[in-house]
Write a protein that binds this ligand. Structure first.
Ligand code: AMP
Ligand code: MN
Ligand code: MN
Ligand code: MN
Length: 276
């Protein structure tokens, strides 16, 4: 079965509206899809309608921004109830800091001679509550300061770069608890992406598991082949369920298309096994 449990629509920082995203997944042969917009559930209804029309099986999801010991980590919730009130309230709180953060990012960019970034980024944020770094990156590419989104991040928006401002997201405990209480499985998104030492990484996996986290993205659009093997080993070691996740944001921007990830190693337990 072709599975993709991580992607973004215009409800957060993706380029396609939810229904178009689902149609693209269907065209790519995806049989089981999970829409995981950042800190937002409001794309799920449109996605569900399109899924019914195209015959794609859709799981409701979300990617929650978390601060764990000063590091930003993303936790995906797969198979959540989109009507869960506690999850909705928690996400509303997580979203609430984004506008002020965007203002501070624009100020930081202004200080290095890039003016008008707030308004510029806002034009790319279809959902103003979800304005984020990707929208700034698209504006900076438009301005010609870098050739593409990836190099903009490396030069301006990644941790420690001039346009980066620290931000406090949800706690790991909150994110996992909201997901589990909403009937979902909490999954570590793209574990290869984080700036953690081996020791911190181990500590993070233990904390996540102790708090009720059950899954990890093994096959990810953000991982190279070595990282896929490494996180397969981590899944075996901790007994985590494993996920397949393109983290698709849009055509021309994401290297890995919807459904474009390799299948899981056969011995791993798939995250979706108990959800479909
Ligand atoms: P934010 O939640 O506003 O901090 O934005 C995080 C988003 O920025 C991620 O979900 C990715 O879509 C994007 N992003 C982060 N780092 C990079 C990178 N190095 N290259 C491209 N996109 C990135
Ligand atoms: Mn994103
Ligand atoms: Mn992410
Ligand atoms: Mn993502």
């Amino acid at each position: 079965m072709k599975v993709d449990l991580h992607c973004h629509s215009t409800i957060s920082d993706g380029l396609l509206p939810p229904a178009e995203l689902v149609r693209r997944a269907a065209a790519n042969g995806v049989e089981l899809l999970c829409l995981t917009d950042h800190d937002e559930l409001s794309g799920l209804a449109d996605a569900a309608r399109a899924a019914q029309q195209t015959g794609v099986r859709l799981l409701s999801g979300v990617e929650i921004s978390v601060t764990w010991r000063d590091t930003t980590i993303h936790i995906v919730g797969v198979g959540i109830d989109p009507g869960d009130a506690q999850l909705a309230a928690g996400l509303a709180h997580v979203r609430s800091g984004r506008q002020a953060r965007a203002v501070r990012m624009a100020q930081a960019l202004d200080a290095i001679g890039i003016h008008g970034a707030f308004e510029g980024a806002a034009r790319y944020a279809r959902n103003p509550a979800l304005i984020g770094r990707t929208h700034f990156a698209r504006f900076l590419v438009e301005r010609g300061v870098s050739a593409d989104v990836r190099s903009v991040f490396e030069r301006y928006l990644a941790y420690g770069k001039p346009g980066y401002v620290p931000h406090q997201w949800a706690s790991l405990e909150q994110a996992v608890q909201w997901i589990v209480a909403a009937g979902g499985v909490a999954v570590i998104a793209h574990p290869g992406r984080y700036r953690l030492s081996t020791r911190e990484r181990r500590r993070f996996f233990e904390d996540f598991q102790d708090l009720g986290g059950r899954g990890i993205e093994v096959m990810s659009g953000a991982h190279n082949a070595n990282q896929c093997r490494e996180y397969a080993r981590v899944a075996r070691h901790y007994g985590f369920a494993a996920s397949c996740a393109s983290d698709f944001h849009g055509p021309g921007e994401s290297e890995t298309d919807l459904g474009g990830i390799q299948p899981l190693p056969e011995d791993l337990r798939p995250v979706w096994k108990d959800l479909v």
